[in-house]
Design a protein around this ligand. Structure first.
Ligand code: NAD
Length: 463
């Protein structure tokens, strides 16, 4: 039997294809290192390769990240809920999908130019190089997808420092996205991390001389640490979003929107409604309508006391209950109710810890006030100057304007659920890194790029 050269070629091609597939199928942890320094060195090599390849290929890499994130949205949601014990699978799927589909890519990077008698000046958006991204447990894979797209689109490589309680889920996302990048013809290790993330590892990342920019997405501690790093830093910190309802609002709709927003992913998003401030004349009708949306109304002061003892310890939120479902929380104080209960509502004073603290649970305190002026004053006070997110239900343009002016939040949602502010059912792109403290707002690729000016004298001026 004789073998033709074409048969040999076909056989070799088949073996290479299978090896390639095996390589992708196996659980090799692409981009994951035991030592943070190695993770940084590998990402540095990848970034140098990235800026050598064409923008067309970079676009294909971004598309591959989007496709892989979409294909694995369910897996990521399942893993995150299983590992962290927080949130709701169906809502996390939505968050992963919106991160994959609505995070801006290369189109976000627009050059500027000025031309005149002296020639042409061009301002281009160039990469920082290596970005250190510290991610939260509340949106583990969403933040990786979102930041990877924006940061790589701008020409950077990213070294992630995941929250330790979401490490397996975050590492899985990094591994799969790296595989996708390589299959699309990109370099290995464009996004990296460590096997055992910790605050100590995050500190190594923040101090490393090769890291040019730190992006911290989390509570006040990590934002403060990032801003003290001595590097260019973007800080996306905590919020405590109030939802204000005045007498001109569509109350039936406001009730539904508020419960939808506050129960989304069991209230984990930093943007979710954390308390309601409602004018007295419509308060009863609002609560009446909220009760049509699978909520438990806590009316007994004894029950409220028990719930407070469960959820607040030494003036701080009991982390055990963050992101847990309403029925589970109620069961812990001996109240059995239907499993599909989405939120627990109750009337409280404005100084109640449920109003003052960022609970991140589907527990929604309602504060009754006499008029819109008091509503605005109380809402500004309980937002604590985070300038993160606020919601208002009103048809009165003056009231809407006055509240938006007074509260100065990065996101201000009018007549919708809070998640409309990050592009879920609202116009505009998405982000999972909302930088209030450092002012970038809803971050995207352009915030991960440096402005550089190129000046050409006496030429290319064609006006
Ligand atoms: P967290 O602050 O506990 O942790 C966030 C990340 O920072 C983790 O990776 C953690 O390991 C790291 N970290 C914490 N303290 C650090 C320190 N001193 N030095 C170095 N690294 C440190 O927050 P979390 O529980 O994961 O997430 C919830 C918090 O994040 C809430 O306050 C929420 O409002 C906020 N958040 C904000 C945004 C936003 O875009 N603004 C998005 C998501 C979450």
């Amino acid at each position: 039997m004789s073998i033709e050269i074409d048969d040999i070629r076909a056989l070799v091609a088949k073996v290479i294809r299978e090896m390639d597939n095996e390589h992708v199928k196996t659980d090799i942890r692409h981009g994951i290192f035991s030592d943070m320094n190695d993770a940084i060195d590998a990402a540095e090599r990848a970034q140098l390769e990235l800026i050598r390849i064409s923008l067309d290929k970079r676009q294909k890499i971004i598309q591959a990240i989007r496709d892989t994130a979409k294909e694995n949205a369910e897996l990521f949601a399942d893993m995150a809920v299983e590992e962290t014990g927080m949130g709701r699978v169906e809502d996390k799927i939505v968050k992963n999908l919106v991160a994959a589909e609505k995070t801006p890519g290369l189109e976000d990077l627009r050059s500027e130019s000025a031309s005149g008698d002296n020639g042409l000046t061009l301002v281009e958006l160039s990469p920082y190089g290596l970005i250190g991204s510290i991610t939260p447990t509340t949106n583990p894979t969403e933040t990786v997808i979102n930041n990877a797209i924006g940061m790589i689109a701008a020409g950077n490589a990213v070294v992630f420092s995941p929250h330790p309680t979401a490490k397996n889920t975050t590492i899985k996302a990094i591994t799969l996205l790296n595989q996708a990048i390589m299959k699309a013809g990109g370099p290995a290790n464009l996004i990296t991390s460590v096997e055992e993330p910790s605050i100590e590892q995050a500190e190594v990342l923040m101090k490393h001389k090769k890291i040019r920019m730190i992006v911290a997405t989390g509570g006040p501690g990590v934002v403060k640490a990032a801003l003290s790093s001595g590097k260019k830093a973007i800080g996306a910190g905590a919020g405590n979003p109030p939802a204000v309802v005045d007498e001109t609002a569509d109350i039936e709709k406001a009730a539904k929107d508020i419960i939808d927003g506050c129960s989304f992913d069991n209230n984990l998003p930093c943007t979710s409604e954390k308390e309601v401030i409602v004018v007295d004349s419509v308060a009863d009708y609002l609560i009446f309508n909220m009760k049509k949306h699978a909520v438990y109304e806590m009316e007994s002061p004894q029950e409220l006391k028990k719930l407070e003892e469960l959820l607040i310890h030494d003036g701080k939120v009991n982390k055990k209950y963050i992101g847990k479902g309403a029925a589970y929380i109620l069961s812990q104080i001996g109240i059995q109710c239907e499993r599909n209960i989405r939120a627990i509502i109750m009337e409280t004073a404005a100084n109640h810890p449920f109003v003052q603290l960022e609970l991140m649970m589907p527990v929604l305190p309602i504060v009754r006030v006499k008029d819109i002026d008091e509503a605005i004053r109380v809402a500004v006070e309980v937002e604590h100057g985070f300038r993160h997110t606020a919601v208002m239900h009103s048809k009165n343009i003056d009231n809407l304007t006055n509240f938006a002016r007074a509260i100065q939040t990065t996101i201000f949602v009018k007549n919708g659920p809070s998640f409309a502010g990050i592009g879920v059912g609202g116009e505009g792109y998405t982000t999972f890194t909302i930088a209030g403290p450092t002012g970038e707002g809803l971050t995207s690729a352009k915030n991960f790029a440096r402005k550089r000016r190129c000046v050409l004298i006496d030429g290319l001026f064609i006006r």
